[in-house]
Design a protein around this ligand. Structure first.
Ligand code: SF4
Length: 173
C-alpha cells in the first residue's frame, strides 16, 4: 500500500486533533475530486514498518484523539488488506483512541454486494468507530458541513450501527 501523506495534527477530518493517513488508490473517479493524483495506487510512498513507527509515535501524543483513514479510498480491497493489520495494532496499543474512516462507498455498499467486499471487510469495519460514507457529489457540496464535503455523505457511528443493525449517525461527541 502506498500513501500520499500523514497529517500529525489534523482537525479537519474527524473529532478532536487527529493523525490522518491518506492512502493511495481510488477507482470512484468523482467529478471535481479534491485530489485526482491519489487515484493512482502507486502515488506517494510505500507504507513501510518505518512509516508505521512514525504514525504510532504521532498517535501516542496525549492530545491526539485518534487515527483517521482517508484517501484515495481506504475501502479498495488492496488497501483494506493492509489497513486491517494497522488497525489491529492501533487498537491493541491505544485502547482509549478512536478510528475514523472516510470512504467513497456507502455503508450499504461496503456491507452489501460491491467491489469493496473482500475477506477482511467485516473485520476492518469492526475495528472502525466512525465511518464517513459516500462519494463526494459536486452538486451537493456544502462548505458549512462539518467533517464532510457534500450533503449526501453521512457520519455513521459504526459501533452502534453494527451492534443494533440500524444505521446510527454519529452524535457529535
Ligand atoms: S472517493 Fe475521494 S479520492 Fe476517490 S474520486 Fe471521490 S473524492 Fe476523489
Amino acid at each position: 500500500m502506498n500513501y500520499g501523506e500523514i497529517k500529525k495534527t489534523d482537525i479537519a477530518n474527524g473529532a478532536g486533533v487527529r493523525v490522518s493517513l491518506f492512502v493511495s488508490g481510488c477507482r470512484h473517479r468523482c467529478e471535481n475530486c479534491f485530489n485526482e493524483a491519489t487515484w493512482d495506487f502507486g502515488y506517494g510512498r510505500p507504507f513501510t514498518e518505518e512509516t508505521e513507527k512514525e504514525l504510532m509515535e504521532a498517535l501516542s501524543k496525549p492530545f491526539i484523539r485518534g487515527l483517521t483513514l482517508i484517501g484515495g479510498e481506504p475501502f479498495e480491497a488492496e488497501n483494506q488488506r493492509e489497513l486491517v493489520k494497522l488497525c489491529r495494532r492501533v487498537r491493541e496499543r491505544f485502547k482509549n483512541k478512536d478510528i475514523w474512516c472516510y470512504s467513497g462507498f456507502t455503508f450499504e455498499e461496503i456491507t452489501g454486494n460491491s467491489r469493496a467486499r473482500c475477506e477482511v471487510t467485516d473485520e476492518l469495519l469492526g475495528l472502525i468507530d466512525v465511518l464517513v460514507d459516500g462519494r463526494f457529489v459536486e452538486s451537493l457540496k456544502d462548505i458549512s458541513l462539518k467533517f464532510r464535503g457534500s450533503s449526501n455523505q453521512r457520519i455513521i457511528d459504526l459501533r452502534r450501527t453494527l451492534d443494533s443493525g440500524e444505521t446510527v449517525l454519529w452524535n457529535g461527541q
